[in-house]
Structure formats: structure tokens, C-alpha cells
Design a protein around this ligand. Structure first.
Ligand code: KG4
Ligand code: ZN
Length: 347
């Protein structure tokens, strides 16, 4: 069975993985730069790319060594080339292009969001594989993106809806930042709100057209910022977990509401949720109880495959190489997806 070595450097995490054709993850490691960016309250692109240059090759060497593999055991290479921070993507792309030339192995450049879509197909020693027949709905909630797709097959992603403004992770990060919580904010907010129950503060329910499946989080963000400004200086730090719990709930309630509409409109019975925000403990709990009430087959990948990782890039690359698609040395990287990446509007 073929094996691929994959590299992901689209934002601030340097990630390397080795994945088998059937989705089995042989090696998966992420060097996060959280401590470096923490001081600035968000990712500093220049620092992110510099640190990729520092971490990447040693991590690739570690991948081979710890998995007892040599380059002879690796058939192909994969790398993220879009969307993301260009300075960060370049480090991964140029490294993988050079390895491809040197080792005379094919490489494929893939879309990071497609990686998240296919992350439910990953499995390993501790994670059994799941049954997820096509077609299914895929919600991608990450730091920069909120997309709902109908996935008809590998490579066939129909974009059903998206956020009209900010991404879910983006508003969680922004509010966490204005509350003085660390970076990355979404994870901190999750942690801090676990000790309290929501219900003290209310945030407006965003009204879109009755049948709309789109998301909108900027109204919630503005309302939270007003609340925080009124309370400034936030003398009563004990209130912070309550604000977090209610803000997080407002974001999650909107997500579940759209999923419910999408299931009803599409008639599909399977849904996967992936991307960093799907690591949120409250979202996972609420989504699981919604799915069991509504008789939905819900797939939530383990946390290590929800947040950024290279295993999802490897599996995506394998699927494309199986179809005979390869990338060339002239290929570039892009801050955005390409128009051929996703189809629009199936429903
Ligand atoms: O997919 P991802 O790792 O990177 C991007 O592609 O953007 O997602 C990062 C986002 C950040 O906004 C981060 O705050 C959020 O995922 N996140 C969480 C949690 N863990 C990461 N949000 C809520 N709860 C979490 N436990
Ligand atoms: Zn991501």
C-alpha cells in the first residue's frame, strides 16, 4: 500500500505526517508556535514563516526516524499550497518541491480546506476508522473559514453555505482577546467556560432569510464587544467565564440551527464537523445530542485531526494522486482557494 509524507504550514503550526493509502496515520506531529505568538495576541505572519523554516526539516527527519521509515518507504509527497498565509505556505511548498526533485518522487499541492473535509477518514492505532458513505454534509469551522459543503465523492465538494462576515473561530478569538484571555482564544474560551453554565447574558439571535443556510457572526461579536466595553475596566474577573459561556453558546446555537436546516433541506442523514472550532467541547456535546435526537449519523474526528495537522493533507494528496493528478515545479501558493476547488450550490 502506498505511503505519503505530508507537510502543512498554512498558518502558525508546522505539521508533518506519514499516511497510508487507506487513511491509516503512521506518524502525525504538530509543532505549534503558540508561545511565540501569544505575546502579540494573534499570529504574526513574519514570525510564523521564520519558525516554519526553523522547525520543518528537523520535523521531517523526526517523522522518518520515529516511524522507522527511510525515503525508500515513501512513495509520494503532499503539501498545502492554499489558502493561508503566503509567507508560511511558501516554506512548505518550496521544501516539498525540492524533496520531490531530489528524491524523484511525485508531489501534490492541496487545498487546506479539502484536507479538513477529508479528516474524518483518518484513523490510527488509537482511533478506529468510521463509516461515512457519500454523500454527506461537511461543516468546516476554523479560524478563517466557516463553510458547509455537500460532499458527493472525493474531489466533489458542493459549497452550500458560508459565513457572510467573520468565521466562527475568528469571533471566538477576537472576543477571547478583548477579555484578555491567551492565544489561541477559542481553546481558552472553551476551557474557561467549562466551570459555569450559560444563561447570565443574552446575545441577539441573528436573523437571516427563513431558509438561508448562511452564517453571520459579526453581529454577535459587536454585541459582545459592547458588553465588554460597558464593563470596562473588567473589575469583576469572575464574570469572564460567564461571558465566555454565553458567547460561545450563541455561536454554537447558530451553528446547530443551520445544520438542522441543512439536514431538512438536503434530506441527507450524515454529517461531519471538522476544523479547529470542532474541537470545542460544548459544540461537540450539543452537536451529539442534536444528532441523536434527529437520528443523524454525526462524525466528529478526534481533536488531533480537528485542528490543523498534516495527516489530512496527506490523505487528500493520496486521493488526488490516485486519480493521476500531480503538481509541477512551477506551481505557486495562494492566500485563497481556487475557483475549481469547490462547486457552488447543489440544493
Ligand atoms: O483549523 P484550525 O486549527 O486552523 C485554521 O485553519 O484556521 O482552526 C483554528 C481555530 C482558532 O480560531 C482556534 O481558536 C479555534 O480553531 N479552536 C477552538 C478550540 N480549539 C481551537 N475554538 C473553540 N474551542 C476549542 N477547543
Ligand atoms: Zn485549518
Amino acid at each position: 500500500m502506498k505511503k505519503i509524507l505530508a507537510v502543512e504550514t498554512s498558518c502558525d503550526d508546522t505539521a508533518v505526517a506519514i499516511v497510508r493509502e487507506d487513511g491509516f496515520v503512521v506518524f502525525n506531529q504538530v509543532s505549534n508556535q503558540d508561545e511565540i505568538h501569544q505575546a502579540y495576541g494573534g499570529v504574526v505572519p513574519e514570525l510564523a514563516s521564520r519558525n516554519h523554516a526553523y522547525y520543518l526539516l528537523p520535523l521531517i527527519e523526526q517523522a522518518l526516524k520515529e516511524s522507522n521509515h527511510t525515503w525508500m518507504d515513501i512513495d509520494e509527497l503532499a503539501v498545502t499550497n492554499r489558502p493561508g498565509l503566503v509567507g508560511s505556505l511558501i516554506v512548505g511548498l518550496v521544501t516539498v518541491k525540492s524533496l520531490s526533485l531530489l528524491l524523484k518522487k511525485p508531489y501534490i499541492a492541496v487545498n487546506h480546506i479539502e484536507g479538513h473535509i477529508l479528516s474524518p477518514f483518518l484513523w490510527d492505532q488509537d482511533t478506529p476508522s468510521v463509516s461515512l458513505p457519500f454523500p454527506f454534509l461537511s461543516l468546516i469551522v476554523s479560524g478563517g473559514h466557516t463553510y458547509l459543503f455537500e460532499v458527493k465523492d472525493f474531489g466533489q465538494y458542493y459549497l452550500i453555505s458560508r459565513t457572510l462576515d467573520d468565521a466562527a473561530g475568528e469571533v471566538l478569538d477576537k472576543i477571547a482577546r478583548s477579555l484578555g484571555l491567551g492565544y489561541p482564544g477559542g481553546a481558552q474560551m472553551d476551557k474557561i467556560s467549562q466551570s459555569v453554565s450559560p444563561g447570565r447574558y443574552s446575545f441577539p439571535k441573528i436573523k437571516l432569510k427563513e431558509k438561508s443556510l448562511n452564517f453571520s457572526f459579526s453581529g454577535l461579536k459587536t454585541s459582545a464587544i459592547h458588553l465588554i466595553q460597558k464593563m470596562k475596566p473588567l473589575e469583576n474577573k469572575e464574570l469572564i467565564p460567564y461571558i465566555c459561556a454565553d458567547f460561545q453558546s450563541a455561536v454554537i446555537n447558530q451553528i446547530i440551527d443551520r445544520l438542522d436546516r441543512a439536514i431538512q433541506q438536503s434530506g441527507l442523514k450524515s454529517i461531519a464537523i471538522a476544523g479547529g472550532v470542532s474541537a470545542n467541547s460544548r459544540l461537540r456535546k450539543q452537536a451529539l445530542s442534536w444528532a441523536s435526537r434527529s437520528n443523524i449519523n454525526l462524525i466528529l474526528p478526534p481533536l488531533k485531526y480537528c485542528t490543523d495537522n498534516a495527516a489530512m493533507i496527506g490523505f487528500t494528496g493520496l486521493k488526488q494522486l490516485q486519480k493521476g493528478i500531480k503538481s509541477t515545479q512551477e506551481l505557486n501558493c495562494y492566500p485563497h482557494s481556487l475557483k475549481e476547488d469547490f462547486y457552488l450550490d447543489p440544493i
